[in-house]
Design a protein around this ligand. Structure first.
Ligand code: ASP
Length: 429
């Protein structure tokens, strides 16, 4: 059976088992005790994915950039990539802004939502998490880009620093000349090939891992709590899903069709395993190995483009996250009864765009960015408590959009670079 069907079935089972186990809290009769098992399986799978990120990112970027050679192609590829990231993220934030203004999820029945939700729950824990965040965090994003210690950056998962170093390394590798150039290049190419094999191996466990991850989330939330939340947060939930869907199912296919000139349906098929994994893990970084595998093997984008566009994109290009930041900040402002001027809304768009670059590809990472935006509007960081409870499920959706945009970037740029073999025949996977 094809991998994406296996993962789909695992997702369905995870919902059933997760719901059954969530009853455990209310009923001693249904005490399955399966929750720790879900956690165990999910964590093993996630660890396996995280384990390969550093060697995969470093080797793929070095091979990608060195492979471009010293002929000036690097600037052209880099320019197109950055332009793609910027334009698509800007479009996604704009969609978010329009939807949130049209639906006004923060106002239910003519009243600001804040008073309808019991804000006292968990507020202190959440404020402690995000306290002291501010404008300096935006600047820190750029400071972290040049890490003083590359080993520390790698061990702390600071991808931006690692990416910057790898870009430099690959760039100068192409310029050192023989006899070192060849042995260096072969070494990194070999490492990259090994990491791809390891990825393929880990992918075989995706259905089991996805089951564990999702069952735990469902058990944590439970059907009862979810329905209660939906009464007040339903409109917010809907706004985010609607805006994300417009980006994923209207904007992206249009770009694929008219800029890249490929069949969008084929691309969805090609990316199915990666999309489902992004949804289940809520982490772009953890999904990166699968994203690369799907783009290269299923969509047929060259190694040269994939290894440059995707690792960079998984940290820098986060359309879903930027959109979510904008909708969430606007929602909280509405929920507090605040009317934002056009200029303030424009700054929210800019901040969402900027901070999404620095947001790490891990679950819930955008909450910190949202507090930065709240600080700018002059709202207390605890406003984040309003959305905290539904964050995980929305995180799963926005992460899928994040990696889908990266993959469309690889396809589009590959096509613009004149590659022939992209999505030429129906995808077998
Ligand atoms: N979880 C997201 C990602 O990994 C980041 C976020 O929006 O929190 O892409």
């Amino acid at each position: 059976m094809k991998l994406h069907w296996q993962i789909m079935i695992a997702l369905g089972l995870a919902v059933v088992f997760g719901l059954a186990s969530s009853l455990e809290y209310d009923s001693a009769v249904l005490s399955f005790g399966l929750y720790p098992v879900y956690k165990f399986i999910g964590t093993l799978f996630l660890n396996a994915l995280k384990m390969i990120i550093v060697p995969l990112v470093v080797s793929s970027i070095i091979v990608g950039v060195a492979g471009i050679g010293s002929s000036g192609g690097f600037g052209r590829l880099g320019g197109k990539t950055l332009l793609y990231y910027l334009v698509t993220t800007f479009i996604s934030v704009t969609i978010g802004l329009m939807v949130v203004n049209a639906i006004e999820p923060g106002i239910v029945g003519g009243e600001a939502v804040k008073d309808q939700i019991n804000l006292t729950a968990d507020v202190s824990a959440i404020t402690a998490k995000v306290e002291g965040r501010g404008a300096s965090d935006v600047i820190n994003v750029f400071i972290r880009m040049i890490p003083p210690n590359i080993v520390a950056a790698a061990s702390n998962g600071q991808m931006l620093g690692l990416i910057f170093f790898s870009l430099l390394f690959g760039y100068f590798l192409a310029r050192i000349g023989e006899p070192y150039a060849e042995s260096q290049y072969n070494f990194w190419q070999g490492l990259y090939e090994v990491m791809l094999r390891v990825t393929l191996f880990i992918m075989k466990f995706a259905p089991i891992g996805v089951f564990g991850l999702v069952a735990a989330v469902v058990a944590d939330t439970g059907a009862g709590q979810f329905l209660t939340l939906m009464e007040t947060l339903g409109w917010f939930f809907l706004s985010v899903i609607l805006a994300l869907s417009i980006h994923m199912f209207i904007v992206m296919p249009l770009i694929l069709r008219f800029v890249a000139g490929v069949n969008p349906l084929r691309h969805y098929r090609a990316m199915a395993p990666a999309l489902l994994t992004a949804f289940s893990t809520a982490s772009s970084s953890a999904t990166l190995p699968l994203t690369m595998e799907c783009v290269e093997k299923n969509a047929g984008v060259s190694n040269r483009t994939t290894s440059f566009v995707l690792p960079l994109g998984s940290t820098v290009n986060m359309d879903g996250t930027a959109l979510y930041e904008c909708v969430a900040a606007m929602f909280i402002a509405q929920a507090y009864g605040l009317d934002l001027s056009f200029t303030q809304q424009f700054v929210i768009v800019l901040l969402a765009l900027l901070t999404s670059i620095g947001v790490a590809g891990i679950p819930s990472a955008s909450l910190v960015a949202i507090t930065i935006i709240l600080g700018y509007i002059g709202l207390p960081a605890e406003g984040i408590a309003l959305i905290f409870v539904v964050d995980r499920i929305l995180d799963m959706c926005r992460t899928a959009v994040n990696i889908f945009s990266d993959s469309c970037g690889a396809v589009t740029i590959g096509k613009l670079e004149g590659e022939e073999g992209i999505l030429v025949e129906p995808v077998k996977e």
